[in-house]
Design a protein around this ligand. Sequence first.
Ligand code: ADP
Ligand code: TRP
Length: 316
Amino acid sequence: MKKVLLSGIKPTGTSGLHLGNYFGAIKQFVDMQDSYDSYVFVADLHALTTVHDAEQMRKNIFDIAAAYLACGLDPKKVVLFKQSDVAGPITELTWIFNCITTVPYLERAHAYKDANVKDHEVSVGLFDYPILMASDILIQDADVVPVGADQKQHVEYARDTAQKFNRIWGETFTIPEPLILEDTGVVPGTDGRKMSKSYGNTISLFATDEEITKAVMGIVTDSSGNRPENVYAIHKLLRTEAELELLYAEHAGKYKALKEALAKDLQDFIRPLREKYLALQANPEEVYAVLRRGAETVRVKVEAKQMQFKKAVGLE
Ligand code: ADP
Ligand code: TRP
């Protein structure tokens, strides 16, 4: 029997997905779709913590689903679904977990701490975010959860929560493992910091050739060495170190030429993805049909699990 893989991305992006999302998350789902029993979803309930415009929400959901398909997730191999299509069982489990989770434990979550310092007033939804995520993971009996390094703590919350539930009510949930690729755990942005839409240092996954050139020419370089480190760090996503060694030796100190080489490689890499993405944008029904089929499949699975956890706690 194959192990169960589960992961999701929250549809919050106004500027869409970027290379960090691809190399840190989606690529892993694609690479593993043959060897795992895979479930990949659009985390729209999570996005509600920040997206409060219905039209924007609908568009964001569609864009993530289309991106999954454009990047090579095959609906014959992976169950692709949207979280809110099985909101009933998931939020019910979230409530049960809430009742065995303490406030100080959630106060230790990095995402909450950051938001609490930066923002005004944090919503209850954001505070409870790790528990909703634990429910996504545990309701599927996921063995592995491929995510970027920033999500590791959340998977630990899921592990803790599973253990706590199992201790109180008996063996019910599988303990999941995070799966974080060393090389791409943190994909750097154009300024060398982690690529993130909140830093404005992203390169869009479906960028046009011109947009790619513009982003690459804007990569921050310092002139202290022969190798522009921020250019190299992104280049490393696309080529082997041996290939880069030659290229960077040939153009040592010539930052413009190196940037041009990176722009060309990115354009060649992104072009087929963008073409597929645009084709799906022109044929939305294909995307919605995939989500509908995914919802049907996943509903059967999570409803069986729902019966099991409700029995365990005495609600059935
Ligand atoms: P952002 O930081 O731009 O808001 P999200 O938080 O929406 O991105 O991330 C969606 C997924 O992509 C998560 O699994 C996250 O771990 C991964 N991810 C995002 N940025 C990076 C990055 N720079 N490097 C590696 N993985 C990333
Ligand atoms: N929290 C994840 C993110 O911000 C999205 C997510 C929600 C998720 N539920 C999940 C990821 C379950 C993996 C498994 O990117």
